[in-house]
Write a new protein. Structure first.
Lengths: 227, 227
DNA sequence: ATTACTAACATCCGAGTAG
DNA sequence: TCTACTCGGATGTTAGTAA
């Protein structure tokens, strides 16, 4: 049984914090038990098992135990830590959505073409969108669900405005890549907050033309996540 | 039961490496089981438990499962990872030895006073040792054992030399602090490789005088560890 | 092929306790 | 006090299997 049991990691971690890397540290099994939130008996057993597997050196002196982590034990800890660290730091940092191009009702184009919006687009995302949004229906549940996380992300915020008669809600933009080639932005609208089965894309150019797309075309959208 | 069980960490770690932070990733329980070295059934149970505790979102679609890590699950992973990381990086980086001053037989002074050694001392540790080594008997087993690790450490190496008649072995020096005040070096000799109950210290000055020490005085030695 | 149930098995933990 | 044993109950894992 040359494997380090995961439940022993916390024990080793505690011992390490006590300085057991270089020195034999004197401890009681009950204090150790308290620290790792287990009983005195469990702590005692942990130490015995760790010693058996040569993860610690253990010296009995009178009534209490002195313990030092072996190079083997230490390297096992490092191994696990870096494994964790790696998976925490090197996950893919983008969301991938797949769906089908559908035709909208033209209302997207109407709203996005309003001066109150276009002025902000120009200054905040650097271009005035081609009049007409690309509607992509997300066919799979997993992609519909994945969109939800953008509700809590910030993106680039286009503020709401009023023309005196009515108010037009804010728009959040997320820079994205369509079919791995065309730069665009996915937009989330304040009004259509609840329906995640369709997402809207805007771009400087007409994506239907530059991407040779028509209704029913399969679409892949990649949206990098900054955080 | 709002606690993350440790054995689930590996499951989460695997999911994370698959990109489950931002996207729903589709997996089979048997492949997951293989990855975490458990059975298919165990993997299935892990996922169910993780879902129950809201560490993952889980979507069944037909025959397989898609999974995404929740912010809660992610932050729990970060918590554990940083705990580990901290204990790995911030342990005390010195060895502490305690013992009693004993009188040597003067042979230490004789050997260390040889030209072949003093010339190297001057250039490598910056001073010519006061003639006479300080012998410290380590009374406790834990300190005797702790000395052993220096055998595998490098320290500052004083090379062996020959005067034509015989060869004088190498000496390893480890910068140390005596009783938290006096700078000195602990020396390990090639010849007395086996006895760890006594360590020898050298210093620029007479430590018995500057430290007001006599035979029987209690001694504390701190030796920083570089690695 | 898949997920996940039940039941048997293995492991872990802690109360009691000896030395 | 202390460590560490036994043992019963809780928990985790797997084999078999249903759907």
């Amino acid at each position: 049984m040359p494997e380090l049991k995961i439940q022993h990691i916390l024990t080793l971690s505690y011992l390490l914090s006590k300085g057991a890397k270089h020195n034999y540290v004197s401890i009681t099994t009950s204090s150790l038990g308290k620290s790792i939130k287990k009983s005195q008996q469990a702590a005692s057993k942990h130490l015995l098992e760790l010693e058996q597997n040569q993860f610690i050196d253990r010296i009995m002196s009178g009534r209490n135990v002195s313990v030092k982590i072996t190079p083997k034990g230490f390297s096992e800890m490092v191994k696990l830590s870096t494994t964790l660290q790696k998976s925490l730091n090197s996950f893919p940092s983008h969301v991938e959505l797949k769906g089908t191009l559908v035709s909208g009702m033209g209302e997207g184009a109407y709203y996005m073409g309003l001066k109150g919006y276009t002025k902000q687009f120009k200054s905040k995302i650097g271009y005035v969108p081609f009049p007409g949004t690309l509607n992509v229906r997300l066919d799979k549940k997993i992609h519909q669900e994945a969109v939800k996380q953008f509700e809590t992300l910030d993106g680039i915020k286009i503020k709401s405005f009023s023309d005196g008669k009515r108010t037009y809600g804010w728009v959040k933009c997320f820079p994205a890549k369509l079919n791995n080639s065309i730069n665009c932005d996915m937009i989330l609208l304040e009004r259509t907050h609840h329906d995640n089965s369709v997402v809207e894309l805007i771009s400087k150019t007409c994506m239907r033309k530059t991407g040779k797309l028509k209704d029913g075309s399969k679409i892949t959208i990649k949206i990098p996540i900054s955080s």
